[in-house]
Unconditional design. Structure first.
Lengths: 207, 980
């Protein structure tokens, strides 16, 4: 059967007041059974940083998924994609692109008003004038190594140990200096009597 | 109390780390990723140009890929949607790969070098049926070339540059099925030949540039035509009749059609049975495959044919390969025992025969694709791409297997874990120790440089390489931490592989079904595998083994079989064809005296057969039979039934056969509910404690039972996919059912929600994922169940007087009062699979492993799915680690366990414990495999690989120096004091 040439007409979602040459948006071509959803994935504004060696994200690996896997399509080099023969109703479009987080998009195709399509991001309920999907943010899958700093070394348990040693070595003698030598001797005598060996004596191997 | 402190400590520890994360240089340290393509069904070689030689393939996993012909590596690969099966592939303009998919309704072009999709055209075919693609070689309207897609009675010409439909011709004749399109060289006319209702032959002349119908003719055929044809030259083709014993030679010249019937028995002497035509392209030769041999037949003049060659054994024949105007080659492959012989025939004459030894676990040859290359002496050399029964792919050239790919691993259907052998004590030479010590020191120096950020890129690479080749992780023996294990997987083809967790290599592989193939078992297929013997106490000297269960035929009533396979070596220990069918295999938590696990095989008449067959197994089972229950979910009838076992079965008098007795049934109203998902706890999950301490020092008791079944039903209108139901027509009901008594513990309805539902049950909670139509977002809900009957055990007096029920066992026979807590959150992505981490003792906090639509695995802390979350947690609650409530679950990129990798077409996630409590293994499979180890609360029980021993050494040295210095100083001071 000759399929009806009745492309009832491309009704753009919004009559874009555009200085754009190509104001493509969610366009519906109504024909007997279904409508078309066309849109564009835009990655250019996102510069990837900290991504895996030799794993720069590619547009060729970007998939567009309708209704959680009912249909899958890929994007063209210019970022455009389309689904054909989609029945009227409310649909969900997801973009899978490694390195980016995309919000799923709710797409309403009106049954009463053939060809009328509305789209909104589900994550933040922002309505889309045209179906241009941009990542919400880029994703870094690896922890970033802190650059080497003295502070981090000092903060580590071993650093703290060394720090304490230094403190004991240099600050305690200073504190001792403040003490009257006579008192000091007395205190040491006392200690000896009580049988508490001083560290220096212990190390020196005398008592 | 101790546990409580421990838990608190763990919480404190884990507080510091919300996400599992690795550094970039740790990639490959604990994880591995393997990419596959699946069983190849089409292959197109691209070898003409200088540069990289490649072969483009499409597979039964709906993948298309470009493989390097030298190494077999994947240059690029795309996995199409699950309803988007590839019908045909072709090359156009030497730089595009064309794929026709979805029963001929979608045509896509891919850039050959990098796999970028260039264009996609929806052909808007009204009745999808057998379509075919024909790339026109020499129509050049401008510099474009056209591709024709024929479907039934319509032809579409698509521009190869941009995918636009240049012209479209609907021949609008009922019953017309176009069979062949061709274009004579240097001509603007396309000839299209088709059959109308298997009795008329129709010929159409079409202008290649405009699609205008120039001429057409029809002719009644003398026989009933089948669908198989073979085009043999520019003006003739051969068809088979419906009885598959007569050939019809059709000639069309100058607008007229003649046909001539030729009985096959005239040409092939000992012909009997059904013949098959091998599609060919041209040159007056065609190939007929009969049950006993392969015949090469040449057409001579008008209506005369001659047998020019015969391959005696029925082999696998490739498509024809045109070498030149005159010459055409076929490959015929035979398989016997463990050898393949490849025969290349040019114009039916034998040109080359090569034999090759092959591992016997690959089975028979299934498909072969032939390609040629020109040698330096201008003669033809041949290479053949061979698809085997186990779905592996081999490239054969000059009598050698150049490379092989284990693509059977792309279709894993089941997996279990097995231990490796215990290490044998043995001496270690001094040289080895010295060497390893030196290596060790060197490695740590490099690592130190790494941590101090002083290392050059070369050093980084050296560190990486050192990690990867570390022999420790690839040893074939058990280790103390339980990091090295075997993952035993079953694939669709029935092949069993054992993979090493260290690097994912195949330790052994076996294709078991050919062992069974016999009259009593015509088409064996393996259904599932289970651990059969896991020795730990009594039978330590025995090797662990696994059980494989399958069916001999396609129907549910066909007889079953079982194999017992040694998991160290893959050796088959026992084979048995059963005298009953197999509906389900129920592993029991019992074992006989030799540590063989008891299994009940339920047949289609609901009898239970006990395995292993042994008197002590029977004794163990009969003793426990009164406490054994079985439930069955009948999806079609929307019923769940519970059964108990009784002695004596309906079909025989075997002592090992038991009957079942229906105890309860839960019937869902079929006009308002459809079962879409069920889930239950893992049988071997370990729970550390029943008590849960609330912030106000209250104790809640988890209701922990192994008999909990989660069932989700949706309204019939919402049973389709998203986009098919309105919010008012959709609801989802979640049930928690006790499988012993049939008691519905909890029931909750989500209005405006629909499937797909993915659920996971663990300890006392269930988490499920579904779609909320009102908000048009995915949602996840957690339900936690608590035992109220134990709640009043807090009274100290009661505890002192012994009036508590803490020691009472948890049993389904009593009906404790239960309380549930529940909370729902939005979740951004669609989910393909869901699982939960399991650890050896169940102390470590849990993470939920979510396979997202992007084929990644996300580890989401269970604390995000805690019903106690509130918008403004109090200070105490914050200290306990309760996260402020948000409406959406966060997706932290660092908590993707797959980091930058994707597990193509993700289907399953499996988590199994290591011996180290903090660590769990995660294995996820789809077309690809990905394995890693994760520590949901960080590795609190061992030093990580990151631990810098050199820094420790330096610290110790510094401390010793400091001690010496202080000693010297104090001596000096002492001396000074004495002089004073």
């Amino acid at each position: 059967m000759e399929r009806s040439s009745a492309l009832i007409g491309s009704i753009f979602l919004l009559i874009s007041i555009s200085c754009l040459i190509n104001p493509i948006s969610a366009a519906a071509s109504g024909s007997g059974e279904g409508y078309s959803i066309a849109g564009r994935v835009k990655l250019d504004n996102f510069v990837t940083k900290g991504f895996g060696l030799g794993h720069s994200p590619k547009l060729s690996e970007t998939k567009v998924i309708l209704n959680g896997g009912q249909r899958t399509t890929f994007v063209r080099p210019d970022g455009y994609f389309s689904f054909h023969d989609v029945p009227a109703g409310t649909h969900l479009i997801e973009v899978s692109s490694i390195g980016y987080l995309f919000s799923p998009v709710r797409v309403d195709i009106s049954a009463r008003n053939p060809g009328k399509i509305q789209a909104a991001l589900t994550e933040n309920r922002r309505a889309l004038n045209e179906l241009v999907l941009e990542p919400m943010k880029d994703e870094q899958y690896y922890e970033i190594r802190e650059p080497f700093s003295m502070l981090s070394l000092v903060k580590s348990p071993m650093g703290l140990m060394i720090g304490f040693m230094v403190l004991v070595m240099f600050v305690f003698p200073k504190m001792m200096d403040g003490v009257d030598p006579e008192e000091m001797r007395q205190a040491q005598e006392q200690m000896r009597e009580h049988g508490i060996p001083s560290i220096s004596n212990l190390v020196a191997g005398r008592s | 109390m101790e546990a409580r402190f421990l838990l608190g400590f763990l919480l404190l520890l884990s507080l510091s780390s919300f996400a599992f994360a690795i550094y970039e240089d740790q990639v490959g340290l604990a994880d591995w990723h393997k990419r596959y393509i699946g069983k190849v069904k089409h292959a197109v070689f691209h070898t003409q140009k200088t540069g990289r030689r490649r072969v483009v393939v499409s597979t039964e996993e709906n993948a298309i890929a470009s493989l390097d012909l030298r190494t077999g590596d994947i240059l690029w690969r795309h996995v199409l949607g699950k309803n988007d099966a590839v019908d045909q592939i072709g090359l156009s303009l030497g730089k595009y790969v064309l794929t026709l998919s979805s029963q001929g309704s979608v045509l896509r072009a891919w850039n050959l070098p990098d796999g970028q999709m260039v264009w996609e055209t929806d052909l808007q075919i009204s009745n999808p049926s057998n379509s075919f693609l024909h790339v026109l070689g020499n129509v050049k309207s401008g510099r474009d070339s056209l591709s024709l897609v024929c479907n039934g009675g319509s032809i579409r010409a698509v521009s190869s540059i941009d995918g636009l439909v240049v012209w479209k011709k609907d021949l609008s004749i009922d019953g017309l099925k176009l069979k062949h399109v061709f274009q004579p060289p240097e001509s603007d006319t396309i000839y299209a030949i088709g059959f109308i209702d298997s009795s008329l032959i129709a010929l159409y002349h079409i202008n290649a540039k405009t699609g205008e119908l120039l001429k057409h003719a029809t002719q009644a055929s003398s026989v009933d035509l089948s669908s198989e044809i073979s085009a043999i030259s520019s003006d003739s083709l051969v068809a088979l009749d419906t009885s598959r014993s007569n050939l019809l030679l059709i000639k069309f010249m100058a607008g007229t059609i003649t046909n001539h019937k030729l009985p096959l028995s005239d040409i092939v002497q000992d012909f009997s049975g059904l013949a098959e035509l091998i599609p060919t392209k041209s040159n007056d030769i065609f190939v007929v495959k009969t049950p006993s041999n392969v015949a090469f037949i040449k057409v001579k003049g008008d209506n005369e044919i001659e047998l020019i060659g015969k391959a005696d054994e029925a082999g696998i024949v490739s498509d024809s390969l045109t070498l030149s105007e005159e010459e055409q080659a076929f490959a015929v492959v035979h398989h016997s025992n463990n050898a393949i012989s490849l025969q290349v025939r040019i114009n039916g004459r034998e040109a080359l025969t090569e034999g090759i030894k092959i591992e016997d676990h690959r089975g028979h040859v299934k498909r072969v694709f032939l390609n040629n290359y020109v040698r330096t002496d201008k003669s033809h050399g041949f290479r053949a791409l061979i698809v085997m029964e186990d779905e592996s792919l081999l490239l054969m050239q000059q009598g050698e297997v150049v490379w092989s790919r284990e693509d059977g691993l792309a279709s894993i259907s089941d997996a279990v874990v097995a231990e490796l052998p215990v290490e044998k004590e043995g001496g270690v030479s001094v040289v080895e120790v010295e060497h390893t010590l030196l290596e060790w020191l060197k490695g740590h120096m490099l690592k130190l440089k790494g941590t101090l950020m002083l290392s050059t890129p070369d050093d980084m690479a050296a560190i990486q390489a050192m990690h990867l080749k570390s022999t420790e992780r690839n040893k074939m023996t058990r280790d103390h931490n339980g990091f090295r294990k075997l993952i035993i997987v079953l694939t669709r083809s029935g092949k069993v592989y054992a993979l090493h967790t260290g690097d994912g290599r195949i330790v052994w592989a076996h294709l078991l079904t050919p062992l069974l193939q016999s009259e009593s078992c015509p088409s064996p297929s393996v259904l599932t595998l289970r651990n059969w013997r896991v020795p730990h106490r009594k039978a330590l000297q025995e090797n662990p083994s696994i059980l494989l269960v399958g069916r001999c035929g396609a129907g549910p009533e066909s007889h079953g079989f079982l194999f017992i396979v040694d998991s160290y070596s893959g050796k088959v220990l026992e084979t048995q064809i059963l005298d009953h069918s197999i509906a389900e295999v129920v592993p029991l938590p019992l074992a006989d005296s030799s540590e063989q696990k008891l299994h009940l095989v339920i047949d289609d008449k609901l009898n239970a057969h006990l395995y292993p067959r042994g008197s002590d197994a029977l004794e163990v089972f009969v003793r426990e039979m009164a406490n054994m229950y079985y439930y069955k979910v009948e999806n079609a009838k929307e019923v769940i039934k519970g059964y108990a076992f009784k002695k004596g079965c309906s079909t025989g008098s075997s002592a090992y056969c038991f009957g079942t007795r229906e105890l309860w049934s839960v019937v869902f109203p079929s006009d308002s509910e459809r079962i879409v998902a069920t889930a239950r706890r893992k049988i071997n999950e370990v729970v550390h404690t029943q008590a849960k301490i609330m912030t106000n020092q209250d104790v809640m008791y988890k209701y922990i039972t192994k008999n909990i079944l989660f069932v989700a039903t949706v309204s019939p209108k919402a049973a389709g996919g998203i986009g098919s139901a309105a919010p008012d027509d959709a609801w989802l009901v979640a049930y928690l059912i006790d499988t012993v008594t049939g008691r519905i513990l909890h029931r909750v309805t989500h209005q405006g929600a629909q499937g797909p539902v993915h659920a996971v049950v663990s300890e006392n909670w269930v988490v499920y994922h579904y779609f909320n139509l009102r908000a048009h977002r995915y949602e996840m809900t957690v339900i936690e169940i608590y035992d109220q009957s134990r709640a009043d055990n807090k009274d100290v007096m009661k505890l002192v007087l012994g009036k508590h029920n803490l020691t009472a066992p948890i049993t389904s026979y009593s009906r404790p009062e239960i309380a549930t807590k529940s909370q729902s959150y939005f979740f951004t992505h669609s989910v393909k699979a869901i699982a939960v981490t399991t650890t050896a003792r169940g102390i470590t906090s849990k993470q939920i492993l979510i396979g997202t639509i992007g084929d990644q695995v996300l580890a989401l802390d269970k604390r995000y799915l805690d019903p106690r979350r509130t918008a403004n947690p109090s200070q105490e609650e914050k200290e306990e680690g309760i996260i402020p409530l948000t409406d959406t679950l966060p997706i932290i990129p660092q908590s993707y366990v797959t980091h930058t990798r994707q597990v193509g077409d993700l289907r399953g996630i499996m988590s199994f414990p290591a011996n180290l409590e903090s660590t769990t293994h995660v294995f996820s499979y789809g077309i690809d495999l990905f394995y890693t180890r994760i520590a949901p609360s960080r590795t609190y029980d061992s030093l990580t690989d990151e631990f810098s021993y050199v820094l420790l050494l330096i610290t110790v040295v510094v401390l010793i120096v400091a001690i010496l210095v202080t000693w010297a100083m104090s001596q000096k001071k002492d001396l000074q004091e004495k002089w004073r």
